[in-house]
Ligand binder design. Structure first.
Ligand code: ACO
Length: 379
């Protein structure tokens, strides 16, 4: 039986409307992505990740005093119980960063006083705690992998700058902090993608927020979703030289390989976030005098367009940008988690309103009903 023979079945749920949402609009033409009506390009230029968190959680931009109070709460909530930091640092060295983060966030639930409270008030408070604490967990693990002790958060630095401080122990160059901040804004929210949908399915059972987030992390880890940024950087490394890029990509396409960081289910022509991160990547590359990765990336992009009419999605330019920030490649997808946290939380809170458990149908393709034969009589 072919999928097209089953009325109402759309493989991969393509074009299926699975809910109503007022949080973001993903325009298939890729001209603009909006969060509660605000263009992401403008938010990247003029706002900050913290302000975008407020917007996604509350639906409006904050007034000055509201933003000051919100920022203060985010800073106060950055610290993580020392037992949990120790647990994160002592997990096997070989463990994947996404698995470590998933375990860390799952464990955070045991320390959250409102873990089992699904009221809106409690979920907003839990969202702030999750957004604030995840970078602390991740930075502690990065340092542990290098044999260094974790650092306490820096109360005077913004979200992105504080993360780089907790990794390196020095206050970052403002351009580096801004580049990371912009990437987090680009990653903050994107409609009913696989991880957000996973979070909403779990929320629809009335399970609590930390379970929804750990499920979302599992979905994000896959290379067809958030795992693509990490894979894109390995690909750039494997190519290694701009002179080899065109031949390398053409050979992979001839082998019918998927090129990570290209293509998208919703976007048909372009991903509005990709040029924003590409420009920031080039800015850092020129500042550092390390333009090789972006030169290779430009060629890959050109060949993918001419050969396959495929454009880079947000994960492709994020890969060299994070590399130039000096972060380990395996941290690329966990940084997607840091960015997507407010989007996931906003969707969980939205799902609670008028909730109905998600329970789609499947079309049975197995054998018709038949009699059970006792084991002794089977031959
Ligand atoms: N490289 C090569 N060919 C591709 C790529 C790619 N990156 N993406 C799509 N194609 C081709 C497919 O092989 C397929 O060709 P065919 O019809 O000849 O078999 C056609 O384009 C349609 O692709 P599907 O995989 O069916 O498209 P789908 O909508 O199911 O998947 C996805 C979208 C997963 C993003 C896909 O484009 C892909 O695998 N890209 C690479 C992984 C990636 O970058 N993921 C990140 C997505 S964005 C995000 O999560 C933030």
């Amino acid at each position: 039986m072919m999928p097209s023979d089953v009325p109402g079945y759309s493989p991969g749920l393509e074009d299926v409307i699975a809910g109503l949402s007022g949080i973001s609009k993903v325009d298939p033409e890729g001209d603009e992505l909006i969060y509660y009506g605000y263009k992401v390009s403008q938010l990247c230029e003029q706002s900050s990740f913290e302000e975008v968190c407020y917007l996604l959680l509350n639906g409006t931009l904050p007034l000055k005093n509201e933003f000051t109070a919100f920022q203060k709460k985010l800073i106060e909530e950055r610290s993580v119980p020392s037992k949990l930091i120790q647990y994160i640092c002592e997990l096997p060295k070989e463990a994947h960063y996404m698995d470590v983060l998933r375990s860390g966030i799952s464990n955070l639930s045991h320390y959250d006083p409102q873990c089992e409270d699904n009221s809106k008030e409690a979920e907003l408070a839990k969202s702030i705690r999750l957004i604030a604490k995840v970078p602390t967990l991740l930075a502690a693990r990065i340092r542990a992998q290098k044999g260094a002790k974790p650092l306490a958060p820096h109360a005077k630095l913004g979200h992105a700058a504080n993360f780089l401080y907790m990794v390196n122990g020095t206050e970052p160059d403002p351009d580096f902090a801004k580049a990371l901040d912009v990437s987090l804004i680009c990653y903050a929210e994107h409609g009913f993608n696989a991880s957000t949908f996973t979070a909403r399915v779990i929320a629809s059972t009335l399970s609590e927020m930390h379970s929804c987030i750990t499920g979302a992390i599992g979905a994000l880890k896959g290379p067809l979703h958030g795992g693509a940024n990490e894979q894109a950087m390995y690909m750039l490394q494997e190519i290694g030289d701009p002179a080899k890029a065109e031949g390398w990509i053409k050979e992979k396409l001839a082998q019918k390989a998927k090129i990570m960081g290209f293509g998208h289910r919703v976007y048909k022509k372009k991903d509005a976030r990709a040029p924003i991160l590409k420009n920031w990547g080039w800015k850092l590359a020129k500042k550092l005098g390390q333009t090789k990765w972006h030169e290779i990336a430009e060629i890959v992009e050109r060949v993918m367009m001419s050969e396959k009419k495929l454009f880079p999605n947000v994960d492709f330019p994020a890969a060299p940008l994070y590399y130039l920030l000096g972060l380990p490649i395996e941290v690329d997808t966990p940084l997607f988690v840091v960015g997507r946290m407010p989007g996931w939380c906003a969707h969980i809170i939205e799902q609670r309103v008028g909730n109905r458990i998600m329970r789609p149908e499947s079309h049975y393709t197995g054998p018709q009903a038949r009699d059970y034969i006792p084991l002794i009589k089977r031959s």
